[in-house]
Design a protein around this ligand. Structure first.
Ligand code: FE2
Length: 233
């Protein structure tokens, strides 16, 4: 019999942001932004049970996860001095990427390698004509922090599938027709508790096309990256 409610702290659990992973959740109490990190529905306990679809999220305040194969629970209990989160083992992103603008205040948390998952990447990306092909991916999580009105950097290449859960503050994902950031044609609002739909076009199980996109913060923001890194066949 598999043990229920196997919980562990995530790599970015810290003094200002509490973060844990629960697997095989069954009646698991939760407070914070809860993300369904599985290909199965997550059920929220209640007089009328709630359903959180795969790779989507919700906010629970003293609620219970009735059932989930795997979920993250991320909470900001106190928001005073929240910018100090970057002093809790985080790194300025410019230290990781030489080409990153030298004055952009975007910070990255420690990374958690959750494990391997098998998904159909076309189905994951809501492709209207999914191929019947599944593949294995390494699931990795990290947090980002930026102050209000930060342009987190326009980019269009990833060798992985990505989505994001907003943990704190309101922001947007902005999508551009060009790489100079002049022609914005789409915005996805991000509020705490939201996980946006994938923006990737899946061309092969290890081949993803992205439009030019960037994160934009309207407020002090913390968001969680959810990345699927393709594994060799
Ligand atoms: Fe991206």
């Amino acid at each position: 019999m598999t043990a229920t409610n196997r919980r562990r702290p995530l790599a970015f659990d810290g003094r200002l942001v509490r973060a844990e992973l629960v697997e095989n959740a069954a009646g698991c109490p939760a407070t914070g932004v809860v993300t369904n990190l599985s290909d199965e529905a997550m059920i929220v306990a209640g007089a009328v049970p709630g359903v959180v679809p795969p790779w989507k999220s919700t906010i629970l305040r003293g609620g219970r996860i009735a059932r989930a194969a795997r979920a993250s629970i991320v909470d900001v209990p106190v928001d005073a001095n929240l910018g100090g989160v970057v002093l809790d083992g985080w790194d300025w992103f410019g230290n990781r990427m030489a080409a990153f603008p030298r004055t952009t205040p975007l910070y990255i948390s420690p990374r958690d390698v959750v494990g391997e998952v098998e998904i159909n990447p076309w189905a994951f990306a809501n492709d209207p004509e999914p191929r019947a092909e599944r593949a294995r991916f390494r699931l990795e999580l990290n947090l980002w922090w930026a102050p209000p009105r930060t342009d987190a950097g326009l980019h269009h290449r990833h060798d992985f599938l990505e989505i994001h859960t907003q943990i704190f503050g309101r922001g947007r994902i902005q999508i551009f027709a060009d790489g100079e950031g002049r022609d914005l044609y789409r915005e996805i609002s991000t509020a705490p508790g939201d996980t946006h739909d994938p923006i990737a076009r899946v061309e092969g199980v290890r081949d993803f096309r992205y439009p030019w996109h960037r994160g934009w913060t309207d407020e002090d923001c913390i968001w969680m990256a959810i990345e699927f890194h393709p594994l060799a066949a």
